[in-house]
Design a protein around this ligand. Structure first.
Ligand code: ADP
Length: 329
C-alpha cells in the first residue's frame, strides 16, 4: 500500500440510504481530520444520486460548524437504482475525476456498502465506508452510528406511554423499527421494562403473550406494554393487537414509532463513535487503504474489507435474546 502525500489530495464524502443520527458528527470529524492533514473535502449532496449527477461542493469549516448535535444529514441522502448499474457507477467515477477528487468516503448501511464495494473494485477510486444505520446489523462493527440514539428515542417513548398506560389501565403495543435486526426492540424493551416482547421469528409469540396477559390481568394487573419488532412488516402491530384484544376481550392501543426513531439529536455515544470512525476513515485513506469499512470492535477501530461487510447481516446474540426473555415475561 502506498501512503498518500497530504496536501495533494481531495476526498469526497456522501451519506446514503437510511439516515441515522450522528451522520453529521461523522461528516464533521472527516472534515476536521482532513483539514489537519491538508486534504480538501468535497461534499456530495443526496448520496449516490449526487455522485451520479456531479452535485459536489467544496466543504469549508463553516459547513461543519454547529452540526455535531443535529440529527439527519446536512448532505442529504437518497436511494437510487441508477447506482446499481455499471453506467451509473462509471458516470460517478468520471464526475469525481473531473472534479479532481481522489477518494470517496461513504456513510451508510448495507446497501450503501454493496454499491461502494462495486465502485471501489471497478473504478480503482479508493472508497472507504463508515457504518451509519439505526438497525445495528452491519458486520465489522459492534455498533453502527445512530443505533444508540434510536434506542434512546424508543425508550423515551416507552417511558411516556407507560405513564398513560398505568393511569388508564391500558394494554399498549409499541412497534419499533429494525428491519432484519430486532436489536432496537430487544434493547428498548429491556431498558423500558416492557411486559412482553414480540419478535418476528418467534412463531409462538402471540400464544405466549395471550397466556401471560390472561394470567397477569386475572391476577389484577391493569396495564401492560408490549414492544413489537416491525421486522420486514411495518404496521404488523395493528393485526397483532387486534388478535390479542379479540382473544382476551381486552381493549388495546397501538403506537407505531416509525421514523421518529431516525431523527433527533445524536447521543454522546453516537457522537463519539462518529468522531472515531470519521477520523479513522481519513487516516485509513492516507495510509493507502481502500475498499474497507472503518468500524469499532471491542473498543478498537478495525478496518474490514467490504466483501466481508456485505456478506451478511449481524443478528442479535443469543445472550441478549435470553436476557430479554427473562426480563420481559
Ligand atoms: P442502506 O445503505 O441504508 O442499507 P439502501 O439499501 O437503500 O440503504 O442502499 C442505499 C443505496 O445503495 C441504494 O439506493 C443504491 O443506490 C445503492 N445500492 C444498494 N445495493 C446496491 C448494489 N447491489 N449495487 C450497487 N449499488 C447498490
Amino acid at each position: 500500500m502506498k501512503e498518500k502525500t497530504p496536501g495533494s489530495s481531495r476526498i469526497g464524502v456522501l451519506t446514503s440510504g437510511g439516515d441515522a443520527p450522528g451522520m453529521n458528527a461523522a461528516i464533521r470529524a472527516i472534515y476536521r481530520a482532513a483539514y489537519e492533514l491538508d486534504i480538501e473535502v468535497a461534499g456530495i449532496r443526496r448520496g449516490y444520486t449526487g455522485l451520479i449527477e456531479g452535485d459536489f461542493f467544496r466543504m469549508e469549516r463553516s459547513h461543519v460548524v454547529n452540526i455535531i448535535h443535529l440529527g439527519g444529514t446536512i448532505l442529504g441522502t437518497s436511494r437510487t437504482e441508477e447506482f446499481k448499474s455499471w453506467e451509473g457507477r462509471q458516470r460517478s467515477a468520471e464526475n469525481l475525476q473531473n472534479a479532481g477528487i481522489d477518494a470517496l468516503i461513504v456513510i451508510g448501511g448495507d446497501g450503501t456498502f454493496k454499491g461502494a464495494a462495486r465502485f471501489n473494485d471497478e473504478t480503482g477510486i479508493p472508497t472507504i465506508g463508515i457504518p451509519g444505520s439505526i438497525d445495528n446489523d452491519i458486520p465489522g462493527t459492534d455498533f453502527s452510528i445512530g443505533f444508540d440514539t434510536a434506542i434512546n428515542t424508543a425508550l423515551e417513548a416507552i417511558d411516556k406511554i407507560r405513564d398513560t398506560a398505568i393511569s388508564h389501565g391500558r394494554l399498549f403495543f409499541v412497534e419499533v423499527m429494525g428491519r432484519s435486526s430486532d436489536l432496537i426492540a430487544i434493547e428498548s424493551g429491556i431498558a423500558g421494562g416492557a411486559e412482553f416482547l414480540v419478535l418476528p421469528e418467534d412463531k409462538n409469540a402471540i400464544n405466549d403473550l395471550c397466556t401471560q396477559l390472561s394470567s397477569s390481568f386475572s391476577a389484577g394487573k391493569r396495564y401492560a406494554i408490549v414492544v413489537v419488532a416491525e421486522g420486514n412488516n411495518p404496521g404488523c402491530s395493528f393485526s397483532i393487537a387486534k388478535e390479542v384484544s379479540d382473544r382476551l376481550s381486552i381493549e388495546s392501543r397501538v403506537v407505531v414509532l416509525g421514523h421518529i426513531q431516525r431523527g433527533g439529536s445524536p447521543t454522546a455515544r453516537d457522537r463519539v463513535l462518529a468522531a472515531k470512525l470519521g477520523v479513522s476513515a481519513v487516516y485509513a485513506y492516507t495510509k493507502g487503504h481502500a475498499g474497507v469499512m472503518a468500524g469499532e470492535l471491542k473498543r478498537s477501530v478495525v478496518l474490514t474489507p467490504f466483501d466481508k461487510v456485505i456478506m451478511g447481516r449481524n443478528k442479535p446474540e443469543q445472550n441478549i435474546i435470553r436476557l430479554a426473555k427473562i426480563l420481559t415475561k
